[in-house]
Write a protein that binds this ligand. Structure first.
Ligand code: FNR
Length: 182
């Protein structure tokens, strides 16, 4: 593909709504885009002592991010912020100092939760992190998705009620990547 997007899903749960959302969103992207969900569940807890010789899963994650045209964060909200597993992955790939895999990569932020305000606070926290990491991040439209019956159809695609909205979101994200990708 012309554009390879690294997708970071902030949940390790087997039946994760966010993983399902990431999978469904990938099917709404045009053909020259490939969206690949990266493994973050095998990363150890970040330890700065290891910066000089990063663990193998960290090296793999960084290589995949460095090869990507952009990053898509699809995350739940845990206790009004981003899950530790996602922050851990971000910390790993941002180091050692000066060798971040994120710098300059265009990004998008989206998420689904069971709560009515659908990951809004987690997304806002994540935006602060991404600003520090120097990632140009799509500002509008915002997408706060609530996990409801019918969000996904039987094929795992976005159900009819949310389809137009989320297709519009993907279209804007894709345009953002095209604009910023090197
Ligand atoms: C949650 N959940 C949650 N939901 C929310 O809207 N705001 C929140 O702050 C929290 N906090 C929270 C903390 C922890 C530790 C858990 C496990 C859950 C509920 C959350 O939205 C729900 O579990 C989602 O299903 C998680 O996303 P995945 O795993 O389905 O992708």
């Amino acid at each position: 593909s012309r554009y390879n997007i690294a997708v970071l899903v902030g949940s390790l749960r087997r039946e994760s709504f966010n993983r399902k959302l990431a999978t469904a969103l990938a099917r709404l992207a045009p053909q020259e885009f490939t969206l690949k969900q990266l493994e973050i569940g095998d990363l150890p807890l970040y330890n700065q002592d290891d910066d000089a010789d990063q663990p193998a899963p960290t090296k793999r994650l960084k290589a995949e991010l460095q090869a990507a045209s952009g990053v898509l964060f699809v995350t739940p909200e845990y206790n009004r912020s981003i899950p530790g597993v996602l922050k851990n992955a971000i910390d790993h790939a941002s180091r050692p100092y000066g060798q971040s895999a994120f710098a300059g990569k265009p990004a998008g932020v989206i998420g689904v939760s069971v709560g009515a305000i659908g990951t809004a606070i987690a997304q806002q926290h994540l935006r602060g992190v991404l600003a520090y990491l120097d990632m140009p991040t799509l500002g509008q439209p915002e997408a706060f998705v609530q996990a409801k019956e019918g969000l996904f159809d039987e094929a795992g695609d976005i159900g009819p009620n949310s389809r137009k909205f989320l297709q519009g979101w993907v279209d804007k994200y894709v345009a953002w990547i095209r604009h910023h990708a090197k």
